[in-house]
Design a protein around this ligand. Sequence first.
Ligand code: BV8
Length: 257
Amino acid sequence: MTAIRVPREEETLDRLRRARRVVVLTGAGVSAESRVPTFRGPGGLWRDFRPEELATPEAFARDPVLVWEWYLWRRGLIGNCEPNAAHRVLARWERRFRSFTLITQNVDGLHQRAGSSAPIELHGSLFRTRCSREAGTAREDRRVRIEPLPPRCACGAPERPDVVWFGEGLPLEALQSALSLSRSAEVFLAIGTSGIVQPAASLPRIAAASGAWVLEVNPEDTPLTAEVNAALRGPAGVILPALDEAIEPRDPPSPTP
Ligand code: BV8
């Protein structure tokens, strides 16, 4: 492979070439090259705030204006970011494999902007708003300024970002689909995730336990590294185009004259 050496490279490439069911789990690292700060890395989002300060129902109940200000700041930041090469390869892979599912922990919407048609959003979306009391009220919302804060639903309750906070359950249907697909994957790629946040971090482990060939794409080791079949060390924006090229050279070498 041009850009990187892959441990057990030939077996990894062969498995990907032959795979009929491919499942990918992405985390904040897949958006790092789009200049979206990660959660736990240097300069990560949490550098200035601890998760329990802002991304919890208790924080919202205590200070909905502060929580909304943080989310509107993130909407503005991410609204100026573009999908990167990793997002684009994953969008293309929907058409390359007989069955391909993208599961994301990210709330930045960059997979959809790169062309992924229906990623499973385990943690919701920054660009949706819903009533904090009534179910089924989530709607697209790209506003970066809202006055007064917090916005209120017609029922009078404050509205909130349609994301999953710490201590909240994940959307049941999304989680159940993700679990079932992880169990039946032939190849499972964990891309740009620290493998810390549960229950998402269990998906690669469930895939491995069910017999999938699990690949990790990350510049660093994570708690998942010991449990994967091959760790591809490098940024997703470099690794994925190289992997894409290696499993299906786009311009097969012209016959030597
Ligand atoms: C729940 C939305 C129960 C909000 C987020 C055990 C079992 C179950 C729960 C728990 C458990 N132990 C602890 C818990 C509680 C908690 C948890 O996991 N805490 C952690 C901190 C230990 N889990 C929960 O609270 C979950 N809820 O289980 O509730 C329940 C059940 C039923 C009913 C009621 C309650 C909810 C978790 C969801 C939280 N919401 N986001 C928002 O965004 O504001 S999580 C947040 O972290 C983001 O979604 C983010 O994606 C996610 C995970 O982080 P990563 O994506 O991995 O990002 P991170 O920065 O950590 O890592 C980036 C990686 O990228 C690094 O490895 C880095 O090396 C790499 N990287 C950097 N550059 C690149 C790169 N990789 C590739 N290319 C690059 N260029």
